[in-house]
Design a protein around this ligand. Sequence first.
Ligand code: GFB
Length: 316
Amino acid sequence: MAWGLENKRIWVAGHRGMVGSALVRRLAGEPCEVITAGRETLDLTRQAEVETFIAETRPDAIVLAAARVGGILANDTYPVDFLVQNLQIETNIFAAAHASDVDRLLFLGSSCIYPRLAPQPIAEDALLTGPLEPTNQWYAIAKIAGIKLAQAYRKQFGRNYISAMPTNLYGPGDNFDLRSSHVLPALIRKAHEAKQRGDAAITIWGTGTPRREFLHVDDCADALVFLLKSYSGDEHVNVGSGRDLTILELAQKVCATVGFAGTIRTDPAKPDGTPRKLMSNGKLRAMGWTPTISLDEGIADTYRWFLTHKAEEPLS
Ligand code: GFB
């Protein structure tokens, strides 16, 4: 299927987030118009506001990159927020898109939709084959509901709605708050501040043994535009790098990039989460898309962004 972007108006919902802002950067190179709405003018958890916004702006397509997101501790601490806000955002946008006759929508999920102990690398058809990881089951259920919403609108109304499941993302625009961030930005901040203070060690959460896959957000945005242009199907599509490493190995890479030569300690009192979460990227590769940014390049790029934008913020 080819869905050209020429003269199309695309609403990027969540354009101030890390993924949304990468999408806006990527779409700037396409012959389309990008529509955005800030939080001060549009609250995505309010159904009436979303209905009015879509009815008035009438986009040709919506990329649903808006979500309440966070790292393992934030997910585990705020289950209601992660479940309710994400369900509200999704149901409001899907329903209003259909009501205003918007026929193209790309929904973004997450690799945590898969069972905690899914066979690795995790193929798309592993969805709903086993129990979820408890630390982020609330977010996972909301994201699974998003996949099902896209499928339901396809089935009942013939809508051209699709879903993509990105792996753990990182890059410019990431959240570096140590209480709510994902691991990669947290490690950059910890290593940077330890180096500045002259500390002998940094402490990482958990045992350091879980394995995670990482994808630079600019690669992710490129894959999403690729899917928007070329994919129509019931099944969601994994978006990953196809490689994983242990959290301890990741910490070593980050320390090397930052120039922190001290010790890396573990804190097994903090949760590890799922032991391994490597997705199969075979489906997307078979369609013709591959990532281009290596993890080493991506960490260096993200550290440069951190130094320019975040390094002067107070410690958290
Ligand atoms: O990135 P992260 O918070 O989320 O943690 P998940 C990944 C791993 O890094 C876990 C360890 O094993 C953490 O214990 N880790 C080590 C740290 N040090 C740190 C640290 O300083 N901060 C953080 N945050 N982690 C999330 C889900 O799972 O992945 C979300 O909770 C979403 O719902 C996201 O799916 C992509 O990979 O475990």
